[in-house]
Design a binder for this molecule. Structure first.
Ligand code: CTP
Length: 397
């Protein structure tokens, strides 16, 4: 399946990232798609109609009340488009669409459009974090809209933070996936754990680790896009339109995993589960005046992955992660055998450019027969997609 001969409608709103959409149009055209663009007045401050027209080889739509084929223009374009990609999507346009406001051609189209809309937001970090914007996004996600999350980094307004338009490849891929209806996990329930557990030793202090949860989140997002019924068990705040469960400690994670895995097809243990927890948790905050030294006795936590592999039923697939700072493949081989899981995804956490906290990863997939497949360094989003595809779409490794 390709985008060849598919009709892509691209909505461009006013923001500096608008210039990047020229590249997106070029990618779709290069791959054989038909592209039409609809732009807001503000977008025209950043890109010219001539550029868009030249790249798309189509007229650029700006006015709400011009007609084509005697149909009101928004209806004609709605019928034509196989998919509607709004990029960059400003806070203003997202807000208007979430509230059914139709004050220009782009928002009118979004209101009338009944197929898949993909939003690729780009805005200042403060706007991205604004409660009204969060609520609008959350509502649109609940209606089935796909969001290609912005990235963190240097923003055109001179600040650092989340809000930079996602990589053009990711926007292209999101559209490609929707178009190709690549729902290879449809009908499957997948449970994914993400983040590092926190093991309290008093009500306000804990032993934890640096896991960011990015890999687990990327896997959950991609599994959702692939049609799975996703349950993400996580140790950090995150809003998603699929099911999420918040836990803190390994014990809480074990309970949640046990419960959710019972009727699941797949379990992916991405979480960095603390191997040990303080033997005792004080009921009250420890006071430093009471002792010069604080000695914590740690006891072993249950190994959730091993426990689940013991009770796993025919047809259930369990995947573990293996984070190592040395002898990666050797330890990975030992772990798949010791824990008895179906696959292990091994990654080297000693590298600064991949692994913990990074947006990138490079991993090896090992199966029970110890076949190894390397996935070269890529964004965690792409690695997540490739892991799922390697295991479920193509013949195993
Ligand atoms: N894991 C788990 N429960 C634990 C510890 C780890 O379910 N108490 C899971 C992790 O989610 C991961 C896999 O086991 O999928 C391997 O985790 P890792 O930290 O690499 O290995 P450990 O088993 O903890 O062994 P070690 O820390 O000695 O390398």
């Amino acid at each position: 399946m390709t985008v060849k001969d598919k009709n892509i409608l691209i909505g461009i709103t006013g923001g500096i990232a608008a210039y990047k959409i020229c590249e997106l149009i070029r990618m779709f055209k290069k791959n054989g798609a038909n592209v039409k663009t609809v732009v807001t007045k503000n977008a025209l401050e950043f890109v010219t109609p001539l550029t868009l027209q030249t790249l798309s080889q189509e007229a650029v739509y700006t006015e709400q009340f011009v007609t084509e084929d005697r149909k009101p223009e928004h209806i004609a374009l709605c019928d034509w488009a196989d998919i509607f990609v709004i990029a960059p999507a400003s806070a203003n346009t997202i807000g208007k669409i979430a509230n059914g406001i139709c004050d220009n051609l782009l928002t009118s189209l979004a209101c009338a459009y009944q197929k898949q809309i993909i939003f690729a937001p780009a805005m200042n970090t403060g706007m991205w974090n604004n409660k009204a914007v969060r609520q609008n996004i959350s509502f649109l996600k609940s209606t089935g809209a796909v969001f290609v999350e912005p990235e963190s980094g240097y923003l055109a307004c001179g600040t650092e933070g989340k809000g930079r338009l996602a990589d053009i490849n990711s926007i292209y891929e999101a559209a490609y996936n929707c178009i190709s209806n690549n729902e290879f996990l449809k009908g499957k329930k997948i449970v994914i754990t993400a983040g590092g557990t926190k093991e309290n030793f008093d009500p306000v202090r804990y032993i934890g680790n640096y896991s960011s949860g990015k890999m687990g989140t990327a896997l959950a997002d991609r599994a959702f896009e692939a049609g799975a019924d996703v349950c993400l068990i996580k140790t950090f705040p995150l809003e998603r339109s699929y099911s999420t469960i918040d836990v803190q400690s390994a014990a809480q994670m074990l309970d949640a995993v046990k419960q959710e895995f019972a009727d699941a097809d797949i379990l992916i243990m991405t979480a960095a589960v603390a191997d040990y927890r303080p033997e005792k948790t004080a009921d009250l905050k420890l006071k430093k005046d009471t002792t010069e030294e604080l000695v914590l006795k740690l006891v072993k936590n249950p190994d959730i992955l091993s426990e689940m592999c013991k009770i796993k039923k025919e047809g259930q697939t369990v995947i573990g992660f293996c984070a190592e700072s040395n002898n990666l493949l050797e330890y990975a081989k030992q772990k798949i055998q010791k824990k008895n899981c179906d696959y292990i995804i091994a990654n080297d956490i000693s590298r600064k450019d991949t692994g913990f906290s990074s947006d990138y990863n490079e991993v090896f997939i090992l199966d029970r027969d110890l076949n190894i497949k390397k996935l070269e360094k890529d964004t965690k989003n792409n690695i997540a997609k490739k892991i799922l595809e390697s295991i479920w779409q193509k013949p195993a490794i």
